[in-house]
Design a protein around this ligand. Structure first.
Ligand code: NAD
Length: 497
């Protein structure tokens, strides 16, 4: 994607930007009580963008107290849903008005191409806030068929204090998928962004306040894993909504069990299969889509189509097309609107991905890529990489979260389904076929929260619930189903006589 503003415009904006790194608690920017900070480094060139508050127990306690006070006051939770909608709509408008600034922040912080942050991340977050705002005055409860002497109501109420802990791959968007439904439902929220990409969250809190979300209802506590852990263990947090790795998701659930049994909602990792059957309707489009499914966002996608399953009869021809497509994903300067592939988020993730490339070199067959690039001095860039693998190889089983594709060959559709489902994960899957019956048959058999037929990554639409089977998590983001996570169901029985 490109924008109508040029590279020089975005570079100028990046230079002029005033970057806020403090926490946002009870309607104000504050330093961590300890005074501790951590450097926020841009993966574009390795430079320090700013120092960010490192929140610990004192800050988490202050944020939880502010959230609790604001929730109990009813100044947000008790508003007529129509009024909440008005504020959420204003909030979405402010996100759009500040689009360029937010997009540059996201690009500097996470290394994502500016063409993506201006077309997907920031507009997607604004759309999400608007969507849940618009929905909230239209969802009602139920009147249940009870005995004649009773009136039975089933209503949804906000849970209370909701903590959101999010990753770095789509920082503002993943955050919005959580805070938007949680706020719309009337909760008070504490958001902990990833330590690798905290900047847009910090800025967004001020826009929420400006839109009319009362002080204390939306708080930001930057910090590393320990800050998230403190929230997961906190006795006065009612719900924790987490997006991140499966390993940390398991710890979050344990913390919930160890403390107050807070609701724990988990959106976790994936190792999604993209199955190309011999009657694929358009091999060229399928190849371009397969490359996009793994190289978009530098492969830092929970839904990445990281396992490409190709039928033996078309394997050579199809892989040749995929390699042609891979060559188009050349890393460039993330602030250049013509760049399709940006920087890997930091040196830790770069080393992790390179570790998998090494594992692939020893066990599988490298078809292209595999090396670090010096696209910009001091930055973290990687070639788009494709391996031919056996389904049991390490790189075909573990989530890499980088631009590394594993091609697996199969001989018939049952074998493809078996390989596809032989994973701890179950986030997404795709199948390409011209046969409607095969499409439905295979879709039904794939154990995944989202199945695409003859496409991949379609569905920016908020109406589709998003989440995983198996160790890809529980609960769903997006859609009206997401509201279920942030509300308690109440049965009220009124005796008439
Ligand atoms: P991560 O699990 O390392 O971190 C996620 C968040 O949890 C960060 O804010 C981090 O600081 C925090 N954290 C780390 N340790 C913690 C602990 N012990 N207790 C509480 N919080 C802790 O994940 P990541 O590297 O930031 O993100 C990549 C992962 O996210 C991948 O596995 C990816 O698949 C997943 N992801 C899933 C979805 C989805 O919707 N299913 C979307 C995006 C990313």
């Amino acid at each position: 994607m490109t924008t109508n503003k040029d590279f020089a415009y975005w570079q100028r904006l990046a230079t002029d930007l005033q970057i806020e790194g403090r926490a946002f608690i009870d309607g104000q920017y504050v330093a961590a009580a300890s005074g501790k900070t951590f450097p926020c480094i841009s993966p574009i060139d390795g430079r320090v963008l700013t120092q960010v508050a490192e929140c610990d127990a004192a800050d988490v306690d202050a944020a939880v107290a502010a959230a609790r006070r604001s929730f109990e006051s009813g100044e947000w939770a008790g508003l007529n849903p129509r009024q909440r909608k008005k504020v959420m709509t204003r909030f979405a408008g402010l996100l759009r008005q500040n689009m360029d600034e937010l997009a540059v922040l996201e690009t500097l912080d996470a290394g994502k191409p500016i063409g993506d942050t201006t077309s997907v991340d920031v507009p997607g977050a604004a759309y999400c806030v608007e969507w849940f705002g618009e929905a909230i005055d239209k969802v009602g409860g139920e009147v249940v068929p009870a005995d004649h002497h009773l009136v039975g109501l089933v209503t949804r109420e906000p849970i209370g204090v909701v903590a959101c802990v999010v990753p770095w791959n789509f920082p503002i968007l993943m955050a919005a998928w959580k805070f938007a439904p949680a706020l719309a439902a009337g909760n008070s929220v504490i958001l902990k962004p990833s330590e690798k990409s905290p900047l847009t969250a910090i800025r967004v809190a001020q826009l929420a306040l400006e839109a009319g979300i009362p002080a204390g209802v939306f708080n930001i506590v930057p910090g590393a894993g320990n800050t998230g852990r403190l929230l997961a263990l906190h006795m006065d947090v009612d719900c924790i909504a987490f997006t991140g790795s499966t390993a940390v998701g398991k710890q979050i659930m344990q913390c919930a069990g160890q403390s107050n049994l807070k609701r724990a909602w988990l959106e976790l990792g994936g190792k999604s299969p993209n199955i190309i059957l011999p009657d694929c309707p358009d091999l060229d489009r399928a190849a371009a889509t397969a490359a996009g499914a793994i190289f978009y966002n530098m492969g830092e996608m929970c839904t990445a189509g990281s396992r490409l399953l190709v039928h033996r009869s078309i394997k050579d021809a199809f892989v040749a097309k995929v390699l042609e497509q891979a060559a188009k994903w050349v890393p460039g300067h993330p602030l250049d609107p013509n760049t399709g592939m940006g920087a890997i988020v930091d040196h830790i993730q770069l080393d992790r991905v390179l570790g998998y490339v090494e594992a692939g070199r020893s066990e599988s067959k490298l078809l292209t890529g595999g090396s670090r690039l010096e696209t910009i001095k001091g930055g973290y860039y990687l070639e788009p990489t494709v391996f031919e693998v056996e389904a049991h190889h390490k790189i075909a089983r573990e989530e890499i979260f980088g631009p590394v594709l594993s091609v697996i060959t199969f001989d018939d559709v049952d074998e493809a389904i078996k390989i596809a489902n032989d994973s701890d994960y179950g986030l997404a899957a795709a199948v390409w076929t011209s046969n409607l019956t095969t499409a439905h048959d295979v879709s039904r058999k794939l154990r995944a929260g989202t199945v695409w037929v003859n496409c991949y990554d379609e569905g920016g639409d908020m109406n589709f619930p998003f989440g995983g089977y198996k160790q890809s998590g529980n609960g769903r983001d997006k859609s009206l189903h997401a509201l279920e996570k942030y509300t308690e169901l109440k049965s009220t029985l009124v005796r008439l006589r």
